[in-house]
Design a protein around this ligand. Structure first.
Ligand SMILES: Cc1cc2nc3c(=O)[nH]c(=O)nc-3n(C[C@H](O)[C@H](O)[C@H](O)COP(=O)(O)OP(=O)(O)OC[C@H]3O[C@@H](n4cnc5c(N)ncnc54)[C@H](O)[C@@H]3O)c2cc1C
Length: 339
């Protein structure tokens, strides 16, 4: 019989550090435990949410349903060739520790994603990305448990339907699958990804063959530490909004009005605009509203200055969205899951 808790505080389970309660909370450390949970509740009837580290969630009220938390651990090499090593990690493994482990072995592929908070299980759900790399590039497959049948299913890259901070688990299959483990294909002879401008600048004077995955990982960590607030010190969930992707025609019109607007031309012809720049231009960088505020070094991050409620953070986010829409006619879409 599986143990679950009632009316428990979620403060330790969200990086905003918000006070909210869960009606039922259950943490599972293996597939058998999850199977007994599946027998105890009906995902069609009972409201539920799967969580890892809670680093992309905003609780605006108590959660009147089941919170299913992954504590599934374990890292193992499942296959090796002359070029690659296939590494499988449990969904409850801490992402940043997992990346550190692969970097310590000298395997290439995940170093640009160093220090991203959260768990391994959420990485494919979110298709996390940073410094010119998305996890989908080294992802092989995952195993997930269907919350209705309790059966395990494999999902390969195509089946996950990865997009920008998106996957099938946030779309058509939302809430139906609990990720158990994820397998990545890492390189024994690392192919470093240094195209992202800050990395390119840092390593420009060093011959490529002298650069190690550890050096790249350390560089990513130090850039991140200089730019992003540490959630334990200042509650936050990283980028609150996605960078908007717009049609080239609309971008040309905007560029006439705002010639200095930064942009990235995407392969599909669309244009991505940094949301942080839009927020800064809209005058919100460093601004506070009650206990919540837009961070003063990174306008894409909304922070809890202490004692903020989820509703207060949401009100601030909506005020930012309104002003960006008014000034640029661009609707910012939250990256954070609002509950
Ligand atoms: C300071 C900071 C910096 C950040 N920087 C980045 C960044 O550079 N790039 C980036 O992409 N993100 C970034 N983020 C966001 C966050 O780290 C990622 O979204 C991360 O993947 C969330 O992991 P988590 O375990 O905390 O997931 P949670 O926040 O707990 O959940 C996120 C989503 O994943 C689902 N989920 C979680 N675990 C499972 C599972 N086992 N099975 C099925 N679904 C699951 C949840 O239902 C939810 O939809 C940052 C966050 C913070 C706080």
């Amino acid at each position: 019989m599986i143990q679950f808790s009632e009316n428990i505080s979620l403060k330790e389970y969200n990086t905003f550090g918000l006070e909210a309660k869960a009606r039922y909370f259950v943490s599972v450390s293996d597939y058998d435990a999850l199977k007994s949970v599946v027998k105890s509740f009906d995902p069609g009837e009972n409201r539920h949410l799967i969580i890892g580290g809670g680093s992309n969630l905003l609780f605006t009220k108590d959660f009147d349903g089941w919170i299913l938390h992954s504590d599934i651990k374990g890292i193992e090499v499942t296959e090796e060739t002359d070029e690659y090593v296939f590494v499988k990690a449990g969904s409850g493994e801490n992402w940043s520790d997992f990346v550190d482990y692969t970097v310590e072995q000298g395997w290439g592929g995940l170093e640009n994603l160093s220090l991203i908070p959260g768990t391994v299980g959420a990485a494919p759900v979110q298709n996390i990305g940073a410094y010119g790399l998305e996890q989908k590039e080294v992802f092989v497959h995952l195993e997930a448990c269907n919350l209705i049948t309790g059966k395990i299913c494999h999902f390969n890259k195509l089946e996950c339907d990865f997009g920008y901070r998106n996957s099938i688990f946030k779309g058509a299959e939302k809430g139906k699958w609990f990720v158990l483990n994820v397998t990545y294909r890492l390189e024994k002879h690392p192919r470093l990804r240094l195209d992202y401008k800050p990395l390119l600048e840092l390593f420009s004077n060093i011959p490529k063959e002298k650069i190690t995955v550890k050096a790249v990982s350390n560089a990513v960590k130090s850039i991140r530490r200089s730019k992003l607030p540490e959630p334990k010190e200042l509650g936050n969930a990283g980028s609150f909004f996605k960078n908007p992707v717009i049609l080239p025609g609309i971008f040309s019109l905007l560029q006439q009005q705002f010639p200095e607007m930064p942009f990235y031309a995407l392969e599909n012809g669309l244009v991505k605009i940094p949301a942080g720049w839009l927020i800064e231009q809209a005058g919100w960088k460093g601004k506070r509203m009650g206990h919540a505020g837009v961070h003063d070094r990174q306008a894409l991050v909304i922070v809890n200055y202490g004692g903020a409620t989820g509703k207060e953070i949401l009100a601030l986010a909506e005020a930012v969205q309104k002003e960006v829409l008014r000034k640029f006619n661009i609707a910012l879409e939250p990256e954070v899951l609002i509950l």
